[in-house]
Design a protein around this ligand. Structure first.
Ligand code: HEC
Length: 426
């Protein structure tokens, strides 16, 4: 990979680290940048997917170079906004770039985006837009229940962004435990569906968050020993973000949610719950202000193990943090993430770092908002904004997935965590 010229210049005076340093400051597209882009970007930045441009051939990537550098340096792309400097740092499905990858892209753009030897270009990854369920193999059978949005939804080529709420009857006649779920836009709808979130409404009230889809995360198998309860007569509430297709075509979507159940009669050890936490509905977001903060609290009367953190704000949101306040007033930040209303992202903690929270603790969620012209999502920043359901109103809470632990289970989980740390697998 090191050019003959560089080797020649180094002859006699260079040693290995210097060669590497030189290589790192002069990256080229073929050897250094294409592997990063193909691995992390083309899933969305390719024909027939959701992003506005493809990032496959050298000429196009070079032309977009300065914008790419800006987005990756500010960690706006790929869309995964967890703050790398605070809190828990190990996630499943973490799609963010490493500091080295970001530095490589930035250095490449600064160096004038050299191509390298095009005959060494790595193969462009292939994607299957098939409508088959990806979990089918792993679960060993087709889904037990498939629930589509109620009607096909047409997204015109030149339409605005849509945030649709739909209701679907599940037709369930008995209570079941969900083992796994997968959300899929229809083949034609694939490029226009940015995210799809579902929650359940039980006939007698209650329910909760069920699933989250954003491109790249289609399926979940609930952690071993857990399941989600779905009751007979449940109504599904959809929240789907549609955006016009980058290929300029009208497209009709019929997104579906597929469920796999635990065998009848089998109860999971723990019920996995996805719930709003630390709601604050007393929002006061004055027009023209760029850094407004709100706080929400949730008292925990049970020990819990948190599996997922998903901030929830609307147009004006910019960032959310979640911390735990223990009974002795010690505080620990669990996570912070920036917010972009175009992306609803669930941050799934890796199993060995899922926060274990003792009962009697308080979850504290802090959210920040920008109601000034510097926020492109702000409608008219002369206006005051408060709490409400429209995306031009705002909200403040976290979706938290968790399961409860008895005191014994909690002690055992803490002990296991300490022994992991002591054995050096931190
Ligand atoms: C999960 C899908 C997805 C992934 C992965 C992704 N992008 Fe994007 N990207 C989008 C979408 C959708 C947009 C347009 C909406 C937005 O900006 O949020 C976009 C916008 C952009 C823009 C701005 C385009 C403009 O017109 O201003 C750049 C630059 C960009 N992406 C670069 C990248 C790079 C580089 C990577 C990989 C390191 C990447 N993206 C990964 C979906 C994705």
């Amino acid at each position: 990979m090191i050019s003959i010229r560089k080797v020649a210049v180094c002859l006699g005076v260079c040693f290995a680290p210097m060669v590497f340093a030189q290589q790192a400051t002069e990256p080229n597209f073929v050897d250094h940048v294409a592997p990063i882009i193909y691995e992390n970007c083309v899933e969305c930045h390719r024909p027939g997917s959701i992003a506005p441009m493809t990032l496959i051939d050298y000429e196009t990537v070079r032309a977009w170079g300065p914008v790419i550098k800006d987005r990756v340096v500010r960690r706006k792309m790929p869309p995964y906004f967890i703050d790398k400097t605070v809190g828990v740092q190990s996630f499943e499905d973490d799609r963010s770039l490493t500091d080295e990858e970001i530095a490589t892209i930035a250095a490449w753009v600064d160096a004038g985006s050299p191509q390298g030897d095009i005959s060494n270009l790595p193969a462009v990854p292939e994607f299957e837009d098939s409508v088959a369920w990806t979990l089918e193999d792993e679960m060993g059978r087709p889904p037990d229940l498939i629930i589509p949005i109620p009607e096909p939804f047409m997204v015109p080529a030149d339409g605005p962004n849509w945030w649709m709420t739909f209701y679907s009857d599940t037709g369930l006649t008995e209570d079941r435990w969900i083992k796994a779920f997968e959300t899929k836009p229809s083949a034609e709808g694939f490029p226009v569906v940015h995210h799809a979130v579902t929650s359940m409404e039980f006939p007698e009230g209650g329910g909760g968050f069920l699933s989250e889809y954003a491109l790249g995360k289609t399926a979940d198998i609930n952690p071993p020993g857990t399941g989600q309860l779905i009751k007979a007569g449940t109504r599904l509430i959809w929240n789907v973000h549609y955006a016009s297709s980058p290929d300029g075509l009208d497209r009709t979507d019929r997104t579906r949610l597929a469920l796999w159940f635990l065998p009848k009669g089998e109860e999971p050890e723990h019920e996995l719950i996805r719930a709003h936490m630390a709601d604050n509905e007393d929002l006061d977001l004055p027009g023209g202000e760029a850094a407004i903060r709100t706080d929400g609290y949730e008292f925990l009367d049970k020990n819990i193990r948190i599996t997922t953190f998903q901030p929830h704000l609307h147009n004006l949101g910019t960032r959310q943090c979640i911390e735990v306040i223990y009974q002795d007033n010690r505080r620990q930040t669990l996570s912070c993430a920036d917010w972009d209303f175009g992306w609803h992202i669930a941050y799934n903690y890796a199993e060995d770092v899922q926060p274990l929270i003792p009962k009697g603790s308080m979850l504290h969620v802090t959210s920040w908002y920008n109601n000034s012209p510097s926020n492109p999502w702000a409608g008219d920043s002369r206006n005051w904004v408060g709490f409400g359901q429209r995306s031009t109103d705002d909200m403040s809470f976290s979706w938290i997935s968790y399961y409860e632990l008895t005191d014994e289970e909690y002690e055992a989980a803490v002990e296991e965590r300490f022994s992991q740390i002591n054995s050096g697998s931190d």
